[in-house]
Design a protein around this ligand. Structure first.
Ligand SMILES: Cc1cc2nc3c(=O)[nH]c(=O)nc-3n(C[C@H](O)[C@H](O)[C@H](O)COP(=O)(O)OP(=O)(O)OC[C@H]3O[C@@H](n4cnc5c(N)ncnc54)[C@H](O)[C@@H]3O)c2cc1C
Length: 338
């Protein structure tokens, strides 16, 4: 049996941030990921200045693509406007690999299946054992599934569905664009340039609302592609997007059970207005490390639920993304929606 103090399942931003902090304090930890890095992670790759600060990233020394925007272009109800404020884009393929190798944690490619408790040890697949276990495996995290699902069931109205593609592209428009609620879509689509000729385009919205409308996401994807072509932002179609799903933030009642933690998408922490998941993943990973190092409480309620500082934006997006669907589901079955 391979033994360590802390075992982290998942090497995305949540797991690598946790490992980075623990390794800096000399803790014996190991990280398992089902995929070998660098790996593809479907994501627009937009990050906030808070992520850069939390991870103490020196932008000038970052070895891959890093693009800074001084504002975002928003399309809403046929209107276009600009929101000022610094934001960045990275490629997850590069960023996650860089974070993981920077963390200094021992990484192994291993698909975790079985988790059981043996006294004070967590035993993984009868091969690894650890005193602490951190579930950073994203939406399909086995630590969530085995130890946390009963306490934190995921709410239907918080599930997102997405399609995206990232590809080399000599874009002419180097600004970041978001279009909200086009043709009634319960979400938004994006055009996010990356440094040195890469582009990410995609669409993400709320699965339950989309189903209620009797639509699937592909028709909205097609609408996005047509828009981009019409506006001269994309030359030809021929894209083959892929999809992934994750959950927006609810009251995460239990983030820790004994010495096991859930962090990032495993806990469903993406913000309720802009569906931002990288920032909360990093913060929760650092918080879990802190709890292991110092015995500090691990209370996920202290993490921000929104990205925007603007109360009107927050309430409007939260209503459109979550609240109206929550109310509809509650009318159908009051017992199913707390
Ligand atoms: C299309 C799309 C666009 C998005 N755009 C943005 C954006 O622009 N900005 C933003 O902030 N957020 C965005 N998000 C959300 C963001 O990608 C996630 O919230 C973030 O990646 C969560 O990080 P994580 O470390 O918790 O999980 P992940 O990044 O998903 O990492 C989990 C890791 O766990 C591993 N794993 C899973 N199961 C196992 C297992 N059984 N055994 C071992 N390892 C396992 C996986 O291989 C993976 O590497 C987007 C999401 C999607 C789907």
């Amino acid at each position: 049996m391979e033994t360590c103090e802390v075992l982290i399942v998942g090497g995305g931003p949540a797991g690598s941030s946790c490992g980075w902090k623990l390794a800096r304090h000399g803790v014996d930890c190991r990280l398992l990921d089902a995929q070998s890095f660098p790996r593809t992670k479907l994501c627009a790759g937009w990050i906030t200045p808070e992520v850069v600060r939390d991870l103490e990233i020196d932008i000038d020394a970052y070895p891959h693509r890093f693009l800074t925007f001084d504002g975002l272009y928003i399309g809403l109800l046929g209107l276009q406007f600009r929101l000022d404020g610094v934001q960045h884009s990275i490629r997850r393929y590069e960023f996650d690999d860089w974070l993981l190798s920077r963390s200094g944690v021992a990484v192994e490619t291993h698909n975790v299946r079985d988790i059981r408790k043996d006294g004070s040890w967590y035993v993984i697949d009868d091969r690894y054992r650890a005193r602490y276990l951190v579930g950073a495996g994203g939406t399909k995290c086995p630590v969530y599934r085995n130890l946390f699902r009963a306490a934190n069931p995921r709410a239907k109205e918080l599930q997102t569905v997405t399609l995206e593609q990232e590809f080399p592209y000599e874009y002419r428009d180097g600004a970041c664009h978001l279009w909200f609620f086009e043709r009634g879509f319960p979400g938004y689509s994006w055009y996010v340039p990356k440094a040195k000729g890469y582009l990410n385009v995609g669409i993400g919205g709320m699965a339950s609302r989309l189903k209620f409308r009797g639509e699937d996401i592909w028709s909205h994807w097609e609408h996005l592609v047509q828009r981009l072509k019409r506006q001269g932002m994309l030359h030809d179609g021929g894209l083959e997007p892929r999809g992934y799903s994750y959950y927006l933030r609810s009251d995460v009642r239990v983030g820790r059970v004994d010495n096991a933690f859930i962090v990032g998408d495993s806990a469903g922490l993406a913000t309720r207005d802009l569906c931002e998941g990288i920032g909360p993943a990093v913060r929760s990973g650092l918080m879990a490390a802190d709890a292991i190092l110092t015995g500090a409480d691990y209370v996920l309620d202290t993490l921000p639920r929104f990205t925007s500082d603007n109360g009107l934006v927050r309430r409007g997006l939260e209503f459109m993304f979550i609240e109206r669907e929550r109310k509809r589901l509650a009318r159908l079955d009051p017992a199913a929606v707390p």
